[in-house]
Design a binder for this molecule. Sequence first.
Ligand code: CTP
Length: 151
Amino acid sequence: MKTVITYGTFDLFHIGHVRLLHRLRSLGDRLVVGCSTDDFNEAKGKKSVMPFEHRAEILGACRHVDKVFPEASWDQKVEDIRRERADIFAMGDDWAGRFDDLSAHCEVVYVPRTKDVSSTEIRQLVHALHQERTRELRQSVQHVLDLVERL
Ligand code: CTP
């Protein structure tokens, strides 16, 4: 039984997340995922749209994931690796080199990231769409006000 362990925020669950989890699960027989808590995200300067409970529940509903646990700090990884008896620690290659120290405890692997999609980009896109819609609504209201004024 080979266990793979990974970590992340997994906000606005997207195709990059699905492909990563599929790939990581295929490296072993069991995939366990540390999902960053809201407080830990705040400490990292990140603000997710979805609360921890939702992100963790969505992760747990993914068929590639066998177990989800909270990631509440940077320094819990060695303890998690031991508790879960993880053979492989794996992350997307945007983290390449950052966790090489863990190779004293298990194999460390970085896998290619899916191009052109990220939670940050989705958040920015939704924000831009919201701003555009607000601008359109303001213009419509101004148009009606102009018409009323002319009456
Ligand atoms: N990931 C990936 N391909 C993507 C986006 C993320 O393989 N296109 C991987 C990351 O490398 C990481 C895991 O998914 O191992 C969780 O990353 P997370 O930071 O939650 O996803 P992002 O979409 O990168 O979120 P953000 O933009 O907020 O950093």
